[in-house]
Design a protein around this ligand. Structure first.
Ligand code: SAM
Ligand code: SF4
Length: 469
């Protein structure tokens, strides 16, 4: 693939971002409270207000920030939480990202690419655990073009196990393609196309990505433009925390989101903000140049929740159990569970494989253990894929979301998919807990909605599957 970057502009103005960050270091407490009051209206925040909140360090103001984020999260998303698992397809890569175990110079890493049969085997294992949404992850190698990626997606969708076992939404995290390549992914029905800029600081980016396609900053920066041009409505963006100053990268990420909104009428469907994790033969992954503390990380999640209230926030198993639990209340709307980070991992009895994996994970629990904890914490796990299958994506989704649609549709759909999980995959104890939660949730619905949902729950008990509103 030839990377065409002539005419592409760098719409991230680094000097302006630093000006915003530097001019907001001292913000009076009263001003912070004003911003938090504004944030409660759930209309989002300007970059300046977002930068001011990112500078909050004071414990009392931090608590006020958390309280506001909890309220906004509760109002828009309620207590539902979407679950997914990553599925690594290949760890072969010709790039040399300084922080990644898959970089080409890591000669100790065992390279693996799943065949169609391997994919079917992995998908069956995940389906038998109850997963319905997968994120396929790929290293970048000239051997693997858009046609090959599209084939792997088809293989996943075509793998159907017993009970209700089928994957209903395949999201993708692969290196940026050209418009034609993205069109191929769109045609095979991918959900979200996800790609992280890692850092928007150009000098740092250049240092960390010395060779391969990823060296080309502008090609990556315009990946979402090309994906949207190819018809992919839902895109997921992110930065890798620890590479550069998190305030700079967060404001840059939000500027990138604003650029998409102004060009295509809709910003990203999701944001991710992974922190660097240890990876084989990557000194930087063990000792990040800009480490971000747990306290700052929590504040960052709360600020993002207020800055872009309708954008999904994703948390991966890079974070440990305690951290994941705290972040749910502050704004996370999608969570990976039971994850492993190398190709073939789900068919492998051993989960600690530094010789093949991309990085170490912080939460090794299986899906059911995660679900039990979520339920104990009052959350409803959801595998809902209704919007994407009903064409409610991109701008259309955002419009509906702003009208309170998430509570009206997503919440009932969460209960319906959870019921399927309980019947098909859960152990008895989890099933009892889950059924109690569903009964309790139903009490909060208006009579008409309650009847519709209760009727569908009964139909699911009688064997119907994949019912949604
Ligand atoms: N190869 C493609 C790319 O780089 O865009 C997609 C797959 S790559 C495995 C997915 C993401 O993993 C990267 O965008 C990067 O943010 C993240 N990543 C790489 N090394 C990591 C590490 N040591 N800790 C945490 N995340 C890491
Ligand atoms: Fe390859 Fe992606 Fe890892 Fe970079 S982050 S080495 S491109 S897999």
């Amino acid at each position: 693939m030839k990377l065409k970057t002539t005419g592409l502009t760098d719409f991230i103005d680094g000097n302006k971002i630093w000006e915003t960050v530097n001019s907001t270091t001292r913000t009076e407490a009263a001003h912070v409270h004003d911003i938090l009051d504004k944030a409660l209206e759930a209309k989002g925040l300007s970059l300046d207000d977002t930068a001011r909140l990112l500078q909050v360090e004071d414990p009392e103001l931090s608590e006020a920030l958390f309280e506001t984020a909890r309220k906004v999260k509760q109002t828009i998303y309620g207590n539902r939480l979407v679950l997914f698992a990553p599925l690594y397809i290949t760890n072969e890569c010709f790039n040399r990202c300084a922080y990644c175990g898959f970089k080409d110079t890591n000669k100790e890493l065992l390279r693996r690419t799943l065949s169609a049969d391997n994919i079917r085997q992995e998908v069956s294992v995940l389906e038998k655990q109850g997963h319905k949404r997968l994120l396929l992850v790929y290293g970048e190698h000239p051997k693997f073009g858009a046609d090959w990626i599209a084939d792997t997606v088809r293989t996943v969708y075509d793998t159907v196990s017993d009970k209700s076992g089928e994957i209903r939404r395949v999201n993708i995290n692969c290196a940026p393609l050209d418009v034609e390549g993205f069109r191929k992914l769109h045609e095979v029905g991918i959900g979200t196309y996800q790609c992280f800029q890692e850092t928007y600081h150009r000098e740092t980016y250049a240092e960390l990505h010395p060779v391969g396609h990823k060296k080309n900053y502008l090609w990556r920066l315009h990946a979402m433009h090309r994906a949207m041009e190819a018809g992919i409505d839902d895109v997921g963006m992110g930065t890798l925390l620890g590479l550069y100053d998190y305030r700079f990268d967060t404001i840059a990420l939000l500027s990138h989101a604003a650029e998409l909104e102004s060009k295509f009428g809709v910003g990203p469907h999701t944001l991710s903000f992974p922190r660097l994790e240890p990876a084989l033969n990557s000194e930087m992954a063990y000792n990040p140049p800009y480490p971000i503390s747990d306290a700052r990380f929590k504040r960052l999640v709360a600020v993002l929740r207020l800055s872009v209230p309708y954008t999904g926030l994703i948390l991966s198993t890079r974070e440990n159990r305690q951290m994941r639990r705290e972040l749910l209340d502050l704004g996370i709307s999608q969570l990976s569970a039971g994850s492993r980070t190398y190709p073939g991992a789900y068919s492998d009895p051993d989960y600690d494989r530094p010789d093949v994996q991309q990085f170490c994970i912080g939460d090794n629990r299986n899906l059911e253990e995660v679900i039990r904890e979520i339920v104990e914490h009052g959350y409803v796990p959801s595998w809902c894929t209704a919007c994407y299958r009903a064409g409610r994506t991109g701008e259309h989704f955002m419009e509906l979301a702003k009208k309170g649609f998430i509570q009206e549709f997503c919440h009932p759909n969460a209960l319906l998919t959870f019921k399927e999980y309980l019947l098909d995959y859960a152990q008895a104890g989890t099933r009892d807990m889950g059924n109690a939660l569903i009964s309790n949730e139903l009490k909060g619905f208006a009579a008409k909605r309650k009847n519709v949902v209760a009727d569908r729950l009964v139909r699911i008990e009688h064997g119907e599957r994949d019912l949604y509103l």
